[in-house]
Design a protein around this ligand. Sequence first.
Ligand SMILES: NC(=O)c1ccc[n+]([C@@H]2O[C@H](COP(=O)([O-])OP(=O)(O)OC[C@H]3O[C@@H](n4cnc5c(N)ncnc54)[C@H](OP(=O)(O)O)[C@@H]3O)[C@@H](O)[C@H]2O)c1
Length: 288
Amino acid sequence: MNDAIATAGVFALSDDITVTRMGYGAMQLAGPHVFGPPADRDAAVAVLRAVVDAGITHVDTSDFYGPHVTNQIIREALHPYPDDLHIVTKVGARRDAEGNWPSALSRDELRSAVHDNLTNLGLDALDVVNLRVGGFGEATPGSLAEPFTHLVEMQREGLIRHLGVSNVNAEQVAEARSIAPIVCVQNNYNVAHRVDDALVDELAADGIGFVPYFPLGGFSPLQSDRLDAVAARLQASAMSVALAWLLARSPNILLIPGTSSRDHLRENIAAAALELPADAMAELDAIG
Ligand SMILES: NC(=O)c1ccc[n+]([C@@H]2O[C@H](COP(=O)([O-])OP(=O)(O)OC[C@H]3O[C@@H](n4cnc5c(N)ncnc54)[C@H](OP(=O)(O)O)[C@@H]3O)[C@@H](O)[C@H]2O)c1
């Protein structure tokens, strides 16, 4: 395993699934706006192989990336999968002809999404499936009991090993946990967007993973004078410092930065070994 990935360590999502805290988010591998095929499919395959060669054991995806395209590229690049590789997927949305992301939370839509993931990834069962409840970037308040129960049904059928939730607020996390155990929560969170600070700590106390998406700001790269100042002092990039801050923030935080570039992948992996002195940490904490 790459030294930086080893430095960041691992996290046990469950008794049977332990992942490297430095993971990889595959959303950027589809075409522009996460719609259609990428311009350079071979480059996408090469990024995924570099992810696994570096020793990363956590890849985040969804069958609605592309749609289908990202999972098909993952299968082409990595199947048969190494025993220690865990692919975490999500259901609860679909793509329309214009590339929008409408919710798809009915029993039929969730069942077909799980089967599409199984087919396109070439798996008999999915390690972790997140129920994506809200829209892009935020939670939509309201009960998730009905769609979550449909996933629990598929877990009982053996199609899903473990469950998680995404784009949810603290009440929805509590509601899901009252129905069935979850192993992770995936929400929009980074050094400059800290709505979930309390939730991160609450989940850490219970040994549940918190997986921030948009760790680098997503479609609008992180911009902060303080982040830039700390990065300049440490002679590191702002993106590396943002990732190092997340790793230092809480031991249950798992990184899934997304990139279609092998250079950015290398830079993001190196960030896992970046140590932030206490004064830098305090300065970054104050951004949120
Ligand atoms: N649950 C949800 O609703 C949800 C929503 C969004 C995303 N996700 C998941 O979370 C993962 C991470 O989110 P994300 O990919 O949207 O956003 P992100 O990781 O915050 O940022 C990705 C963007 O940053 C660029 N980038 C990556 N590394 C960089 C570096 N070292 N220097 C400069 N730019 C860099 C990428 O471009 P290049 O390709 O050029 O590197 C891409 O434009 C996704 O891949 C997906 O798996 C989940």
